[in-house]
Design a protein around this ligand. Structure first.
Ligand code: DQQ
Length: 521
């Protein structure tokens, strides 16, 4: 393996080279999954003329990279870049549209429309820009002209009008601006409530995403344009996700949406504190979901950026990954989202290279190696069983920010009472290199708190990325790591318990992961 290839992933989505950031316009069309993405054809850093890259797949795991860029700067309304946007499939004629942001000749951000040249081509290779572009320009006084971007997938209300949300900023205010249209081409500010959601102090409200979720606790998804449920607040809630620019994190609101009034009443708030609901506590940004008609589920994509230097990226010749697509649904308590890697990921598990540990007591202070799999490229499921919780340490949850505790590098090795215990991934033999995915149990005034989870945990390791899904998918953390020692065959996986109490591994299953296929066409 060439040194610069050590960190290329084997089953995460990556173009063959160069810079990639936000996922754009994911959709399922004519039995093909489409992923567009922000791409710099000229190099491994963010470019002066960003284009949309495009890849297609039948299973969201193995991909065909299409050589043709469907959108690239060409006109006055997008000459400095084709920025993020979404696709909408018009239900009446199954016609897909792209709404995207153009960075125009005056460096203002405007919204543009594109249509497939041949809608019969399932790969939708070529796109035509609408002659009326730009179809939406920044509403003066309401938003800054250079901060008005990232249109969502559009949906139709019961009044027959199309609606779309566009992210924006005005001074300290991040805004989600709502537009209406009769024909998808001519758009005007919503006459009911055009400032759909406004949040103070977040910077630009980037890449908004707005979608319905069922409240019955099942994993089924709902289409945004499922007009019969738009006002059925007894059946569904809506989620407004925003990419919080100042924090570079994905925050979301769950609430009731009244389509006729263009009103969204959220049950939680975005405050910028650890109490906020986040899709992921690590490196995960500019996410976008789509309704997968094939499997009746909502699937979420998110950009995972590099944490190395720009110079490193230039040497590697690439930068940026997409996380494993996640199925997303509402927890049965109606308060928060659950996320889990889509089931197709399991097709890449190498059943000849699997290990299981059942009912193993992990004595206080011990470490156990999980051998027999390729630890640099693995999928791991684990459930721990805990001792009597009464002995746990006290923690005043109001004063301690779990995210600060967790980001303390020393923490995993420090001994508590119950925990820290968990996994050491991408670890070198001598453990000088390691990434700990760990849990600690505290007693809090409201009961017991676990800094991550006590339920089924899933960890996907892929050479320079580790994605952890705790508590059956309630808490997600995506990390990037660039091991110097723990690469290829020298990467190891351990289970550890640094706490003073024993814990039990009730179940651990780990698989080596096969390479996903990426071909160019
Ligand atoms: N990236 C895009 C913008 C978006 C930002 C440009 C978020 O449209 O706001 O590549 O990462």
């Amino acid at each position: 393996v060439h040194e610069t290839d050590l960190y290329r992933t084997s089953y995460h989505f990556q173009p063959q080279q160069n810079w990639m950031n936000d996922p754009n316009g994911p959709m399922y069309y004519k039995e093909v999954y489409h992923l567009f993405y922000q791409y710099n054809p000229d190099g491994a850093s963010f470019g002066k003329k960003m284009v949309w890259g495009h890849s297609v797949s039948y299973d969201l795991m193995n991909w065909i990279h299409l050589n043709h860029h469907p959108l690239q700067p060409s006109h006055h309304y997008d000459i400095h870049g084709c920025f993020s946007g979404s696709t909408t499939i018009i239900p009446s004629n199954n016609q897909p549209f792209i709404l995207y942001t153009g960075f125009d000749e005056t460096k203002h951000q405007v919204q543009n429309l594109a249509m497939p040249k041949n809608p019969q081509d399932p790969f939708l290779r070529e796109w035509i820009k609408h002659p009326q572009n730009p179809i939406i320009t920044a509403p003066i006084g309401l938003v800054e002209q250079e901060n008005f971007r990232d249109p969502t997938t559009a949906w139709k209300g019961s009044d027959g009008k199309w609606r779309v949300i566009i992210g924006a900023r005005n001074g300290d205010l991040g805004k989600a601006i709502l537009y209406h249209s009769d024909d998808f081409v001519n758009w005007k500010l919503s006459p009911n409530n055009h400032q759909f959601y406004v949040i103070d102090g977040i910077g630009m409200c980037e890449c908004p995403d707005f979608f319905p979720v069922l409240i019955d606790g099942t994993k089924h998804g709902v289409d945004l344009d499922y007009s019969s449920v738009q006002d059925s607040n007894d059946v569904i809630r809506h989620v407004l996700k925003i990419s919080y620019q100042n924090k570079q994190q994905e925050h979301y609101l769950v609430g009731k949406y009244v389509c006729d009034e263009d009103k969204f009443v959220a049950e939680n708030k975005i405050t910028g504190t650890s109490l906020d609901l986040k899709l992921d506590h690590g490196e995960f940004y500019a996410s976008k979901s789509f309704f997968d008609y094939a499997k009746k589920r909502r699937v979420l994509w998110g950009w995972v950026k590099e944490l190395d230097t720009e110079q490193d990226d230039i040497l590697k010749g690439w930068a940026g990954l997409q996380g494993i697509p996640r199925q997303v649904w509402l927890h049965e308590n109606g308060k928060w989202l659950m996320q889990w890697p889509i089931e197709e990921l399991e097709t890449l598990r190498d059943s000849d290279n699997q290990v299981s540990i059942l009912g193993h007591k992990l004595v206080a202070g011990s470490t156990l190696q999980v051998s027999g799999i390729t630890a640099s490229q693995a999928d791991v499921e684990v459930v721990f069983e805990l001792p009597e919780l009464e002995s746990a340490e006290w923690l005043d949850s109001k004063e301690v920010d779990p995210q600060i505790v967790c980001s303390d590098k020393e923490y995993a090795s420090r001994s508590g009472i119950i925990g820290p215990f968990g996994l050491l991934a991408l670890a070198s033999k001598d453990l000088t290199e390691q990434t700990a995915i760990f849990f600690t149990i505290f007693r809090t005034p409201n009961g017991f708190s676990c800094l991550m989870c006590t339920d089924l945990t899933r960890i996907n390791i892929d050479r320079s990325i580790i994605e952890s899904f705790g508590e059956k998918g309630r808490v997600c953390i995506t990390n990037r790591v660039y091991p110097l020692l723990a690469t290829e065959k020298d990467a190891h996986l351990y289970v550890f318990n640094s706490g003073k109490q024993n814990v039990c591994i009730s179940k651990l299953n780990a698989w080596s992961m096969k390479r996903a296929k990426f071909v160019q066409q």
